[in-house]
Design a protein around this ligand. Structure first.
Ligand code: AMP
Ligand code: GLY
Length: 421
């Protein structure tokens, strides 16, 4: 069997390594992949947004199954284009990927179906948005409607900050067309939990929960990043909270999408906040999270390909999806300066006695040498019987990764450990 995976980050590397556990898979192509993924798959230099070339490649190479991992190609309709050529896919079609592609859509969906989320208003006129901010005051959250590389959310502690945010998004268009509309919503407080789920459009199976660390520096200081590390499971996601989420959020969302004729198949990511009034949806993503995937998939006991296939075929209900009762920790090692300006092109080396998984995100091959090519370079992932063991093992192995200008947060998982006490 020949599989194609669209994408190029640590998430895709984790997906590919997990898929390889299935012996029926003979070859995996990564489009475009990266220098590290090249150790586990055949990388083909086709960009993740180049839908026509992806489809041509899949047809020419008689691909049996495609996994479309990033948000951009999903929102652009990559799954539709592949399925139209008879290639089965893991991932939602365009009309369902809109759950991430438009925040206005997802907020209206939640309102219509009574799914708990922050109160909000949608504006396509900046003057009305300013007036609304004056009416409700701060703190308040301003979000660009469309995809903005994960940067379209501005938490504003004063009215002036909120007005500046609206100006930047709607008038200066710092996120381009994504800012034609804004969602302005109530500021919520509480611990955050990421729950990825498998779904075939009717059945939803949550994966083990996880906790992201979005800020660049220790103690959640510094700028927002794509994610500096993760742990799983997330201690704030108790069995009681999980039951509430299933009943009030997960099932209602899947049913709502079906009712709207936007059946969602693939991985639906629930970004949740556990507020004093119960769990609420902060955001939906139409895909696996990065770097959540790097801690969730190593704990998956079932065969990933089989589960993915059942989401495509609508047979998830019959599948026994199991996770190991262990913990995992991912520490992202980045280039100094990330998420702002940083240098690349440094040689990466590993000590021979590493005993952790390494998922490469931003590196390329230069002959036989692996060199840094991105802000987030790689994730070191360890599992253990408990969170303490997983964290300790991950950090022990981070010492065995070497490249100039490397930096990582030193406190991944500490908040989770405190919550356990
Ligand atoms: P997103 O880009 O949608 O993942 O949002 C980035 C981060 O902004 C989230 O992980 C939250 O920490 C924060 N955030 C988003 N919406 C709200 C809200 N309504 N109240 C408080 N924080 C929020
Ligand atoms: N880690 C959050 C995301 O993938 O958007």
């Amino acid at each position: 069997m020949k599989i194609l995976v669209v994408g190029s980050g640590g998430r895709e590397h984790a997906i590919i390594k997990k898929l390889k556990e299935n012996s029926k898979i003979e070859q995996i192509f990564a489009l475009p992949g990266n220098g590290g993924i090249a150790m586990d798959a055949t990388c083909v230099n086709i960009g993740a947004k180049d839908i026509d070339s992806i489809v041509d490649f899949a047809v020419e190479n008689k691909i049996d199954y495609a996994v479309v991992a990033p948000d951009d190609p999903l929102v652009l309709g990559c799954v539709d284009a592949l399925e139209d050529k008879g290639i089965p896919c893991f991932g939602p079609r365009k009309n369902a990927a809109i759950i991430e592609g438009s925040k206005a859509f997802s907020k209206e969906l939640m309102k219509k179906y009574g799914i708990p989320t922050a109160r909000y208003e949608i504006f396509d006129d900046a003057e009305k948005a300013y007036a609304y901010v004056e009416e409700v005051g701060a703190p308040i959250v301003v979000k660009a409607d469309g995809l903005a590389l994960g940067k379209g959310v501005l938490i504003c502690s004063t009215e002036d900050e909120a007005k500046d945010a609206i100006k930047e998004i709607m008038e200066d268009r710092i996120f381009g067309e994504s800012g034609a509309r804004v969602v302005i919503e109530e500021f919520l407080e509480g611990p955050e939990v990421s729950v990825l789920s498998f779904t075939d459009g009717s059945t939803v199976v949550p994966m083990v929960s996880s906790m992201d660390h979005k800020r660049a520096l220790d103690n959640d200081e510094g700028l927002n990043t794509g994610g500096m590390g993760t742990v799983a499971p997330n201690p704030y996601y108790t069995d009681e909270i999980a039951d509430i989420c299933m009943e009030k959020i997960f099932i209602p969302t899947i049913n709502a999408m079906k009712k709207e004729n936007r059946e969602f198949r693939g991985c639906l990511y629930f970004g949740l906040m556990i507020t004093k009034d119960g769990p609420k949806v902060i955001e939906y993503n139409c895909r696996f999270g990065d770097p959540e995937t790097q801690v969730v998939l190593p704990l998956l006991e079932s065969d990933l390909f089989t589960v993915m296939r059942s989401c495509t075929d609508g047979t998830l209900k019959k599948e026994d999806v199991r996770f190991r009762d262990e913990s995992a920790c991912c520490v992202v090692v980045a280039s100094s300066g990330y998420p702002k300006k940083y240098e690349t092109g440094y040689e990466i080396s590993f000590d021979e006695d590493m005993d952790a998984e390494v998922y490469i995100a931003g590196a390329k091959k230069d002959g036989d040498v692996l060199k840094t090519s991105g802000g987030r370079v790689l994730g070191v992932v360890s599992t253990g019987d408990d969170l303490n063991e997983a964290i300790e093992k991950a950090y022990r192995n981070v010492q065995k990764v070497h490249f100039e200008n490397a930096y990582c947060r030193k406190d991944i998982g500490q908040r989770a450990l405190k919550a356990l006490k």
